[in-house]
Design a protein around this ligand. Structure first.
Ligand SMILES: C[S@@+](CC[C@H](N)C(=O)[O-])C[C@H]1O[C@@H](n2cnc3c(N)ncnc32)[C@H](O)[C@@H]1O
Length: 270
């Protein structure tokens, strides 16, 4: 096995993943080419084989963030997202959290008797119990307010009773699992021009900070314009990018080359 860290490798991810050492990856942040929504020159992928290959290379306690949405074909959503989540679970991945990526500025759609589609799923799969979580906190709406007691619901027990615990409301609270991002407008995201579906850098930043530590290895098997690799480098993680298109590999390499460690541009935070 070679050391592929800090490299973007051109090839089919199923071929390249075979060359990566078992249990060497801490975190995967990726988005597959789903539902032929964009042509990507006709490149395809096999979800079951990909989920199995990722299971081998990810460490125990490691996480895969799988960002995916559905096309609407002949009047029905395809359901690919759900099928992919179930395929991961059938292989042994935990479905740790079903998160939502909400687009603040969605592309307007032709009205077809349904509401504007404004989100994609971010399935967070874990290999066993999650090893690393650095939770993002946000300001509490009622910070400092004296209440009789705040109810906490325990979602991980059979009996989902509410418990009264805290008294004055704390200044911060755990961020919810619907994350909002502006798509394609920030300077750092405009660098990905030339790719039809790049991640917002901040989405990747939030996941890498949440699910990994400095010095960890972050993989994107469908790395496209290289957003995951760029942000991993910026945050002091090792990156491995796999991309089948030579054109996108060059775009990704250019973006990563221009990024220095911990270089967070001033317009990158909301
Ligand atoms: C949704 S895009 C990912 C975009 C990426 N998240 C970014 O920020 O630019 C999916 C990418 O997977 C690539 N791809 C498709 N099939 C592939 C395969 N079998 N192996 C590796 N890459 C593949 C496509 O060329 C495309 O760039």
């Amino acid at each position: 096995m070679h050391d592929y860290r800090n490299r973007i490798i051109q090839g089919d991810c199923l071929d390249v993943l075979k060359l990566i050492t078992t249990g060497s990856v801490d975190l995967v942040v990726t988005s597959p080419p789903y539902d032929n929504l964009r042509s990507y020159n006709g490149y395809q992928f096999d979800v079951v084989q990909t989920a199995q290959a990722l299971y081998r290379v990810v460490k125990d306690g490691g996480v895969v963030v799988w960002v995916v949405g559905d096309a609407t074909l002949n009047g029905s959503e395809t359901g690919s997202s759900f099928r992919q989540a179930l395929a991961f679970m059938a292989i042994g991945w935990n479905l740790h959290d079903t998160m939502i990526f909400q687009k603040v500025n969605p592309i307007p759609q032709i009205y077809r008797k349904r509401y504007q589609n404004v989100f994609e799923y971010m399935f967070v799969f874990s290999k066993g119990r999650v090893a690393t979580h650095h939770p993002i906190l946000v300001d509490s709406l009622h910070a400092g307010l004296e209440l009789n007691g705040t109810s906490y619901k325990n979602y991980s027990k059979h009996e989902q009773k509410r418990e009264k615990r805290a008294n004055p409301v704390k200044a911060t609270k755990l961020k919810g699992n619907i994350w909002q991002y502006v798509v394609g407008k920030r300077k750092e995201d405009q660098e990905a021009k030339g790719h039809p579906a790049p991640f917002p850098c901040q989405l990747v930043r939030d996941h890498i900070l949440s699910w990994s530590n400095e010095g960890d290895t972050v993989l994107d098997p469908f790395c496209g314009s290289g957003t995951t690799c760029k942000v991993a480098k910026e945050l002091g993680r090792f990156y491995i990018g796999i991309e089948i298109s030579d054109e996108y590999c060059q775009l990704a390499e250019g973006r990563v080359r221009q990024t220095s460690l911990f270089e967070v541009s001033s317009d990158s935070f909301p």
